[in-house]
Design a protein around this ligand. Structure first.
Ligand code: MG
Length: 387
């Protein structure tokens, strides 16, 4: 059997690097055909020298020269800018595109892969949050398969294998609760970026780690699950499970529950998506049941953590509202990380921007991009008013 040919959009980020670790270990099963990065051309060049893809691209056109210098043997095609990312996303030689560019920056290339009818392993949840309807419709139209990489959605995908959608009562997403789940409202006001970046169970990039601390990550995941599994938002619940062993659960109409469990390590859901529909033997340490701590399941507190409620507001408003939620969140998280606003201001900024927004119907990616730009301006203005 020939190896599965993989294009990785965002190969220098946390998920991209872990995917390459897995591929390095399973060398005979996969072939890397394209790699892309935003700015980190040093690491991208090193990855290219090791994995010998057909095409590499950096999002930042100013760094294309540097990249060519480092991989300029003529064998690897080097591109840059949005066209470069698009070329990698739609490369005819790729069987599977792993979309792991963080945030709105990954939307266009992820959408291009779907439009090209590729199987897409989706680590970029923001693409589905911003443009879920468009993505799902296009995937259906083009025969593109969407495979979740997000651990909770990977868990749900596994729980739902062979099940009828009509027999699902509800989906339950587990949340670690982040580092401040037990902190008082007063303590939350003094949270520093350094403290927020210390996630108790998962090793992830900075943006998603802050989203985990505010629980916005779970709000975005409700929207993501709604689109991936065609279940209405009101039948998707969130439960805080600080041990991060159960990665999500499904309750069926007959009262049975199915959950998926495993070590909290992103390499498991990445491997599931890369190897789907097969399962590959893992070389990682797996669960030892006898050594597990007691497992807790607790209700999240909407007063201290309003972000999931804001995400539900956005999905109910529909149209451009989820894209606006996402844009305001990206700006607020970035300002918090740079010391511009306190931690509790993150949901306040998002709420202000959402309240100002008049949701519009979405007919194409341009509607989403326009709403995204406007919401970023509104969020920056909201931040400005606080400083
Ligand atoms: Mg997740």
């Amino acid at each position: 059997m020939r190896p599965k040919r993989i294009a990785i959009l965002g190969s220098t980020g946390s998920v991209g690097r872990q995917a390459l670790d897995l591929i390095r270990d399973q060398g005979e099963l996969f072939q890397v055909v394209a790699l892309t990065a935003g700015k980190n051309v040093d690491l991208l060049a090193r990855q290219a020298r090791e994995f010998r893809p057909l095409l590499i691209a950096c999002g930042d056109p100013a760094r294309a020269g540097q990249l060519r210098e480092r991989c300029g043997n003529g064998k690897i095609h080097v591109q840059a800018g949005p066209e470069g990312l698009r070329a990698a996303a739609t490369l005819p030689e790729a069987d599977l595109v792993l979309a792991c560019i963080v945030g709105a920056a990954g939307l266009e290339s992820t959408f291009a892969a779907v439009r090209a009818g590729k199987s897409v392993a989706l680590a970029n949840k923001e693409a589905l949050v911003m443009a879920g309807g468009l993505m799902i419709d296009s995937a259906r139209e083009r025969g593109a398969k969407l495979l979740p990489v997000d651990s909770e959605h990977s868990a749900l995908h596994q729980c739902l294998r062979g099940e009828k959608r009509s027999e699902v009562a509800r989906l339950v997403l587990t949340a670690s609760g982040g580092p401040f789940f037990r902190s008082s409202a007063a303590a939350l006001a003094d949270v520093t970026p350094e403290a927020a970046l210390r996630h108790p169970t998962w090793k992830m990039g900075p943006k998603i780690t802050i989203d985990s601390a505010t629980l916005m990550n779970k709000g975005l995941e409700v929207i993501e699950a709604h689109w991936l599994f065609a279940i209405p938002e009101e039948r998707i619940s969130i439960v805080v499970h600080p041990q991060s062993i159960v990665h999500s659960l499904v309750e069926f109409v007959d009262g049975s529950w199915i959950c998926q469990m495993g070590v909290a390590d992103m390499r498991f859901p990445i491997q599931y998506a890369l190897s789907h529909p097969d399962r590959m033997p893992s070389r990682l340490q797996t669960l030892r049941l006898e050594e597990l701590p007691p497992l807790e399941f607790l209700a999240p507190d909407p007063a201290r953590f309003p972000c999931p409620g804001l995400a539900r507001d956005a999905i109910r408003a529909g149209g451009t509202a989820p894209a606006v939620l996402n844009a305001a969140n990206e700006v607020a998280v970035d300002r918090f990380l740079h010391g511009g606003i306190p931690f509790p201001a993150i949901p306040q900024v998002i709420q202000e921007v959402l309240e100002q927004h008049e949701p519009r119907p979405v007919t194409g990616l341009e509607d989403i991009m326009a709403a995204d730009r406007k919401a970023r301006d509104a969020a920056r203005a909201a931040v400005e008013r606080r400083t």
